[in-house]
Write a protein that binds this ligand. Sequence first.
Ligand SMILES: Nc1nc2c(c(=O)[nH]1)N[C@H]1C(S)=C(S)[C@@H](COP(=O)(O)OP(=O)(O)OC[C@H]3O[C@@H](n4cnc5c(N)ncnc54)[C@H](O)[C@@H]3O)O[C@H]1N2
Ligand code: MOO
Length: 407
Amino acid sequence: MELLKVKTIDEMKKIINETFKDLTLENETIEISHGLGRVLSSDIVSTMDVPHFDRSVVDGYAVKLTDIQGASNAIPGFLRITGEVQMGKETTESLHQGETLYVPTGGMVPSGTEAMIMIEYTEKLGTKDLAIYTNAGANENMMRIGDDIRNGELVFSRGHLLRPQDIGVLSALGYQHIEVYKRPRLSIISTGDEIIRPGETPKPGEVIDINTPALAAVAKRLGAEVISTSYARDDREEIRSAVVKGIENGDMVILSGGSSMGEKDYTVQVIDGLGQVLLHGLAVKPGKPTILGTVSQKPVIGLPGQPAAAIMVLMIVLQEFMKRYYGQDVFKYQTVQGILMENIHAAPGRRTFQTVSISKTENGIEVRPSHGKSGMITLLSYSDGYIEITENEEGKNTGDQVEVTLF
Ligand SMILES: Nc1nc2c(c(=O)[nH]1)N[C@H]1C(S)=C(S)[C@@H](COP(=O)(O)OP(=O)(O)OC[C@H]3O[C@@H](n4cnc5c(N)ncnc54)[C@H](O)[C@@H]3O)O[C@H]1N2
Ligand code: MOO
């Protein structure tokens, strides 16, 4: 009897770190408008102050502190209006004792301004005089030069994953182009005689391809570029030539299906013939029939055909590869803590990835296991995330505090 010689998740991570220790990515220059989700390949150090002029953050009046000291509703301060600042224009006037100027939100304050008073706390008396009904502290309602970003400040470090707000910061610093890592380029091959392409009508026994689009989406979310998707029947030669093509054109190959020990499960034989099988069988649930191999020093991942298992395993394995490529843990999954509302039994000796749904209640976040087979695609869609039960645990109990990794 032949059984899969399973390896634990930790052993798998060790294999990846040792076998693929030299994985690196080249850089490329892109427009910042294409920067979302990309990873900076160099530090960003500011070469300017932001803002580069003292500016108001309210619509109101520029004042000197001594002029409005103790001003209140009952005892207002009185100032002479000497002018008005124009938006987008340099302000050449200065503010003198007993005077004020109107400044719109974002406008450049006159030199000598010590605070801004919001228009709501003032009253115009005729055209030239202003009553002020409130006090203010130094720099109140103002931004000074460099308050946001100082010239010479390290703004983002190499390895930073760009979010929408970061693109805004780069634009504020005058960047139109940035240096980012090239994304790892991978090919996805879906195997199986029963698999038909989306758009075709399945006959009994046939299955519309779920894994290709779903796995491509996992890969994209983890910062990879999917350069090709293809199909192979359960045929050693077809699978072999698809793998060869993927290795020639890209950085990594992902195979779906045919990873178990069935008579027509050729993935492991193909990888063995072209390179080396590093692992066949992972001590996880779901996803035991997972394969990891290398061909021409490039990784080949063989995923189980069951869609939920394939997606979960790729989320975990590819994240480990991304750590190697980027030299740090760039693409982290979000987690939340919650209280388990039902007992969960796990398979000892395997790391169980239990899908769960969460709900926010007055008592905090409640976590409930979502049940289903790994062949069900909705299992993941109707779940919010998963909890991990380690190899040494027999399960989890109602009332346990658990960490949920969110999908
Ligand atoms: N004797 C044993 N049988 C099985 C074992 C085992 O240890 N011993 N493990 C089971 C587990 S767990 C899984 S998971 C599957 C994995 O098998 P394969 O990786 O060989 O996958 P296939 O047999 O090709 O497919 C399994 C299942 O998934 C469907 N599938 C495959 N590709 C797609 C796709 N692109 N889109 C949608 N659905 C897909 C396929 O039709 C099958 O229903 O092995 C168990 N068996
Ligand atoms: O563990 Mo399999 O991977 O059930 O679906």
